[in-house]
Write a protein that binds this ligand. Structure first.
Ligand SMILES: NC(=O)c1ccc[n+]([C@@H]2O[C@H](COP(=O)([O-])OP(=O)(O)OC[C@H]3O[C@@H](n4cnc5c(N)ncnc54)[C@H](OP(=O)(O)O)[C@@H]3O)[C@@H](O)[C@H]2O)c1
Length: 301
């Protein structure tokens, strides 16, 4: 670890990891930046929302054996279903004070990584940074966006990495509610992946009501685990869908159309699993989860 500047490793520099890595490399606090990749890349080229091109050439490693020293910060930005593989990087990266920020969708950031390090060194991050990868290391950052972390010393330290970035980083005193609010928005996106149709499908007969019920289930489960979710959230989610561009493609649909695995468990399965534990009925999310899982199912015979 460096005494003056912070060493940072990003596991999974795809759309989010690559965008964040490019921006935090501008922070005066950040020294050595390492990208831990699955698919090799030469450097990061990120087109910012204002058209500026950020070019960064950090150290790129393709195997955990290439890591020679622990770092101050690990930022994990793989998809939620790639946690087991992402965790293989952690052993050589973790020192006694290393913090691990988890930049993924869902509400189980800490639970996913708690098997690998003490929970108080894990910083869960709510990411609202629209970005797309066009090739390994080539990213279109669409809107400045925000990252939100729990209040406290670790959260403040994470926010400090964003000095010099257009991404607005902040802490919240009620991370649980913030994460479940984002999940309320995300869970309704299953409708697009299931129908194979972009945002405009919300106007099809019955779809707005279906989305509203899906979100209500999320709200009821979120309340059962302690989130402070208001009655207006289901209508807010549907209203957002109604006013979004009809051709907008959420990441679940994008992944389905591209034949990639989908984050259905982090976005809908979690509602069903926690609903079971807290005795909250979740039939709509259960059906969505079963059908989305079946899309990627491979028969053994
Ligand atoms: N993109 C957005 O606009 C957006 C917005 C909000 C939240 N999020 C959330 O952010 C998270 C990341 O999404 P994303 O869109 O950035 O996904 P992505 O573009 O698919 O990036 C994921 C990256 O993880 C890499 N990866 C997977 N397994 C790995 C391993 N074992 N070692 C090293 N790298 C590994 C992938 O490598 P390959 O290059 O080999 O595929 C890819 O570069 C997700 O939870 C997503 O829901 C995304």
């Amino acid at each position: 670890m460096t005494a003056s500047k912070l060493s940072v490793a990003v596991i999974g520099p795809g759309a989010i990891g690559g965008t964040i890595a490019a921006w935090i490399s501008r922070s005066p606090l950040v020294g050595e930046l390492t990208l831990c990749v699955r698919t090799p890349l030469d450097r990061l080229v990120v087109e910012a929302p204002d058209g500026t091109i950020l070019k960064v050439a950090p150290r790129v490693v393709t195997d955990p054996g290439q890591i020679t020293a622990p770092v101050d910060w690990v930022l994990v930005a793989t998809k939620a279903y790639d946690v087991a593989a992402a965790a293989l990087w952690l052993k050589p990266l973790l020192g006694p004070e290393t913090r691990v920020a988890v930049l993924q969708n869902g509400v189980e950031h800490v639970e996913r990584f708690a098997p690998f390090l003490p929970a108080d060194r894990i910083v869960p991050v709510i990411v609202d940074v629209p970005a797309e990868r066009t090739a390994p290391g080539r990213i279109q950052h669409r809107r400045n966006g925000t990252v939100t972390v729990p209040a406290g010393e670790a959260g403040e330290a994470f926010v400090a990495l964003f000095a010099g970035s257009v991404i607005e980083a902040s802490t919240t005193d009620d991370f649980l509610t913030a994460a479940w609010t984002k999940l309320s928005l995300n869970c309704a996106g299953a409708v697009n992946a299931l129908t194979g149709r972009p945002g405009g499908v919300v106007r099809a007969p019955g779809i707005a009501d279906l989305m509203r019920e899906m979100v209500w289930e999320c709200v009821r489960v979120g309340r059962a685990v302690g989130a402070d979710l208001g009655d207006t959230i289901p209508d807010w989610v549907v209203e957002r869908a109604m006013t979004s561009p009809a051709d907008s493609v959420n990441s679940l649909l994008g992944d389905r159309l591209a034949g990639r695995p989908m984050e259905w468990d982090a976005r809908n399965g979690v509602i069903v699993r926690l609903g079971h534990i807290h005795d909250v009925a979740t039939p709509v999310n259960a059906m969505a989860t079963t059908l989305l899982a079946a899309v990627g199912w491979q028969a053994d015979i």
